[in-house]
Design a protein around this ligand. Structure first.
Ligand code: NCD
Ligand code: ZN
Length: 350
C-alpha cells in the first residue's frame, strides 16, 4: 500500500505499458524523463523503418540502453511491428529473446508510421497462433481506418467490426486494446474475458476534446485516438481508478518535433513523459482515488504480462512545478511537452 500522509505518495515503482521512444536525438532527449519515472516500458515499434524482426528489436534495444542516463536503471520491453510479412518463425525467434514482450498491430493508415500495418489480422491466423503458443500478447491500435467512418467513432466501430470477433476466435491469445478513449471501449474490455486488457493514457484521463478545439486549435493535444467528449473521459477515469486489473498505465507519450506538430498538417501524438506519473496522480486525485494509483501504475501491467512487479519505490510530492515551454532535442529542433508553460501539481522526489 502506498503511504499517504497528504502531500507525499510513495508507490512501488511504476512501468509504462505503451510508449514511443523514437530514435537518435529524440530518443536521447526523452530517455531521462522516462527513466526517472518508470522501471520498464513497452516500447512501440513504429520507427522508420519499423521494428519487424528480433534482430531489429535487438539493435533498437541496444540504442535505447545507451541513451539511459548514467545512474538510472531502465528496462526496455520490446515489441515487433505486425506486417504482412510477419511469419510464425519470426514470432518464435522473437519469443526466444526473453526481452521481446509483444507484437503490435497497426491497422494500415490508422496513425503515425502505420503504413506497414495490415488492414486485418485474420489472414495472419498462423502468426496469431504462434503468439498464442509462445505467450506473446497482441497489442492493437483499436481504430478502423475507413474514410467514411467519423474520426470520433473509429474506436467504437473497431470494437463492433473487429475486436468482438477477435476475442471470440482467439480465447487463448492475450490482447491489449491500447490507449482506449471511449465509454464503449471501457465497457467492452470490462465485460470481455480475462485475456483482454487495456491501457489508458493520462491525457485521456485529464482532457476532453475541448482542450484541443475550444477557444483556439491546440495541436499539442492532437493525438490518436483523438480526445473525445467529457462522458468518455469520465468513463475512463472510472475504469482507471476502479481497481479492475484489466486496466493499466500506458502513457502513449509520442514525441514529435514542435514544427511537425505546428504545421498545415500536424502529426498526431502528445508528449507526456516529462510529467507522466505526476499527471496520473492529478487524475486519480481529482476523484479522491490516489489510493488506487499504485495498482493501476505498478501492479496490473506486470500481472497481465506475467512479469514480476518492481520491488523498489518512487515518491511523489504534492508541490506545483512549472513545465518548460520547449525541450531541446538538438540544434534547431524542440519538443513541446503537454502543459507547456503551465504547471503540474506533483513532482518526483529525487
Ligand atoms: C503515435 C505516434 O506518434 O507514434 N501517435 C499518437 O497520436 N498516439 C502513434 C499511436 O500510438 O497512435
Ligand atoms: Zn502509441
Amino acid at each position: 500500500m502506498p503511504t499517504l500522509p497528504g502531500d507525499r505518495l510513495t508507490l512501488t515503482r511504476p512501468d509504462d505499458w505503451h510508449i514511443h521512444l523514437r530514435d537518435g536525438a529524440m530518443l536521447r532527449a526523452v530517455m531521462p524523463d522516462v527513466a526517472a519515472r518508470f522501471a520498464r516500458a513497452i516500447v512501440m515499434p513504429n520507427l522508420k523503418p519499423p521494428v519487424v524482426t528480433a534482430a531489429d528489436a535487438r539493435a533498437y534495444r541496444e540504442r535505447i540502453l545507451v541513451a539511459v542516463p548514467e545512474g538510472l536503471r531502465f528496462e526496455p520491453l520490446m515489441t515487433l511491428y505486425l506486417t504482412r510479412d510477419t511469419t510464425p518463425e519470426i514470432i518464435r525467434e522473437a519469443a526466444r529473446e526473453g526481452w521481446v514482450k509483444a507484437v503490435k498491430w497497426y491497422p494500415t493508415g490508422a496513425t503515425t508510421n502505420s503504413d506497414f500495418g495490415v488492414a486485418d489480422v485474420r489472414p495472419l491466423s498462423a502468426v496469431l497462433e504462434a503468439m498464442q503458443e509462445t505467450g506473446l500478447p497482441l497489442l492493437m491500435h483499436g481504430e478502423v481506418v475507413d474514410a467514411e467512418v467519423d474520426i470520433f467513432d473509429r474506436e467504437k466501430v473497431f470494437i463492433d467490426r473487429t475486436l468482438s470477433r477477435l476475442v471470440e476466435d482467439f480465447p487463448g491469445l492475450r490482447m491489449v486494446m491500447e490507449h482506449i478513449t471511449t465509454r464503449e471501449a471501457a465497457q467492452f474490455v470490462r465485460e470481455a474475458p480475462a485475456n483482454l486488457g487495456a491501457t489508458i493514457t493520462v491525457h485521456h484521463l485529464l482532457y476532453n476534446r475541448n482542450a484541443m478545439l475550444a477557444g483556439g486549435i491546440r495541436p499539442h493535444y492532437y493525438c490518436l485516438p483523438i480526445l473525445k467528449r467529457e462522458v468518455h473521459r469520465q468513463a475512463l477515469l472510472e475504469a482507471a481508478t476502479g481497481g479492475n486489473p484489466k486496466f493499466f498505465l500506458g502513457t502513449d507519450s509520442a514525441p514529435h518535433p514542435t514544427d511537425a506538430k505546428q504545421s498545415d498538417c500536424g502529426c498526431a501524438g502528445s508528449y507526456t513523459a516529462h510529467a507522466a506519473i505526476e499527471l496520473y496522480a492529478e487524475a486519480f486525485d481529482s476523484v479522491g482515488r490516489l489510493d488506487r494509483l499504485e495498482a493501476f501504475a505498478s501492479f496490473h501491467g506486470p500481472d497481465f504480462y506475467g512479469l514480476p512487479r518492481n520491488t523498489d519505490t518512487l515518491t511523489l510530492m504534492r508541490e506545483p512545478r512549472p513545465v518548460p515551454e520547449r525541450i531541446e532535442v538538438e540544434a534547431g529542433v524542440t519538443l513541446t511537452p503537454l502543459r507547456a508553460g503551465e504547471r503540474v501539481s506533483w513532482r518526483v522526489a529525487s
